[in-house]
Design a protein around this ligand. Structure first.
Ligand code: FAD
Length: 386
């Protein structure tokens, strides 16, 4: 067994930290949250640092990094801003990742360089107003008519609306087949018949969650990603990667919260001594650091399995059911450790709590992840539904 990172990975981690210290300053991060939008310079800087295309193939301008290396970038960026880490996961790993793995070559050549250069962004649209966890139950439909797919329906609770120029969108091509009748499409957001609205979220704000309505939207056949009716399999596979990275992003953010609480507890005095001398305070921090270390190991093991080409669906679902909640609790206790100042919006702690909480729902709730773990560990015959 070897729990170490390679020298190259350690150097890379240090370079991401340098980048984040320079470009993700507390002032900028606060502004992006308050204004619910990233600055365009950020995208340029991410591209220059090779982070906008970190997981994408080199032939399209990406870095083609292995999964563990992508995890390192996500963990470190999330220590400075959870939302920037998440932007890379949704844009690059999840959405553009699907296009890179399954898209037609002409489409990849046309779109992926726009993503790796940070000029354009992509999102993923699966959820609908009436269904989230039961994703096979979507109603958006794509019918073949006159040499096009014609799409009608509505997507809701989708990240990156108002930011992304393209979406990987899922629609039924054979409604009678349930999850086996769903296909993936590349939707350019300037297509005729597309309308959007955004939510006023309490966290995750620059990622602009919202809805997309589709009225007779015509897409050429080449915008089909993968084979017809393969969409559900495609998205679930890519979710295994994104779930693990989202869990690492939660950990990075929670570690930053604990580190702030630790620094504070070393210098804040009560009853004539630093509060860190009180066992209630130090044990609280010790317990969270211990659990986060275990969680971190699970994430990196999961990414390592992916890099080795081994199955990792079970481990990814273990990460996702356990870690977002664990991190919410760690950040909560970091706030309690600091006391009254941390309750203010002037402190970064409340933002961390708001942002990380979104991942208790986004990409699938803990309830659904536990069903996946049970399916993988105990057998399909114990899945509670067909
Ligand atoms: C911050 C954020 C970002 C998101 N980004 C995207 C995105 O980019 N693209 C996208 O397509 N979607 C996105 N989503 C949507 C997200 O994937 C769904 O919200 C999620 O899958 C849960 O669906 P739901 O909210 O409709 O809850 P529901 O499915 O209605 O579930 C409600 C509750 O019932 C529980 N439940 C449901 N079924 C079961 C069951 N079988 N057993 C036990 N409990 C069950 C759930 O765990 C949950 O607690 C995002 C959501 C959030 C909050």
């Amino acid at each position: 067994m070897d729990f170490g990172f390679t020298e190259e990975q350690q150097l890379f981690r240090a370079s991401v930290v340098e980048f984040a210290k320079r470009e993700l300053t507390p002032e900028k991060v606060k502004n992006w949250d308050r204004s619910a939008s990233f600055s365009p310079e950020l995208f340029e800087k991410l591209a220059q640092a090779g982070l906008a295309g970190i997981a994408l193939p080199q032939e399209y301008g990406g870095q083609g990094a292995d999964s563990v290396t992508v995890g390192i970038a996500i963990e470190e960026l999330a220590k400075f801003d959870f939302n920037v880490a998440n932007l890379i996961i949704i844009d690059n790993v999840l959405s553009a990742g699907i296009l890179a793995n399954y898209g037609r070559e002409e489409l990849k050549q046309a779109v992926l360089p726009q993503i790796t250069s940070g000029k354009k962004h992509m999102g993923i649209a699966l959820t609908e107003p009436h269904t989230g966890s039961d994703a096979a139950n979507i109603k958006t439909i794509a019918k073949k008519e006159d040499g096009f797919y014609v799409l009608n329906g509505e997507k809701a609770s989708v990240s990156m609306v108002g930011l992304a120029s393209y979406f990987v969108l899922f629609a039924k091509t054979a409604p009678e087949l349930g999850s086996k009748g769903i296909s993936a499409f590349l939707l350019p957001m300037d297509a005729e018949g597309v309308q959007t609205y955004t939510f006023d979220d309490f966290g995750y704000r620059p990622l602009k969650r919202g809805g997309i309505s589709l009225k007779n939207v015509k897409l050429p056949f080449q915008n089909l990603i993968g084979q017809e009716n393969e969409g559900f399999k495609i998205v679930m596979k890519q979710f295994d990667f994104s779930k693990t990275l989202l869990s690492l992003a939660c950990i990075g953010t929670a570690l930053a919260a604990l580190d702030d609480a630790l620094s504070y507890a070393k210098q804040r005095e009560a009853f004539g001594r630093p509060i860190l001398k009180f066992e209630a305070v130090q044990f609280r921090l010790v317990e969270h650091y211990t659990l986060l270390e275990a969680a971190r190991l699970l994430c990196y093991k999961t990414l390592w399995l992916r890099d080795k080409g081994l199955p990792y669906t079970k481990e990814a679902a273990m990460c996702k059911w356990w870690i977002p909640r664990l991190c919410v609790e760690a950040i909560h206790d970091a706030i309690i450790t600091i006391g009254n100042p941390a309750y203010s919006k002037d402190y970064p702690q409340e933002k961390r709590l708001r942002d990380v909480m979104g991942i208790e729902i986004g990409d699938g709730t803990a309830d659904i992840q536990k069903i996946v773990v049970a399916r993988e560990a105990f057998g399909r015959e114990f899945v509670p539904y067909k």
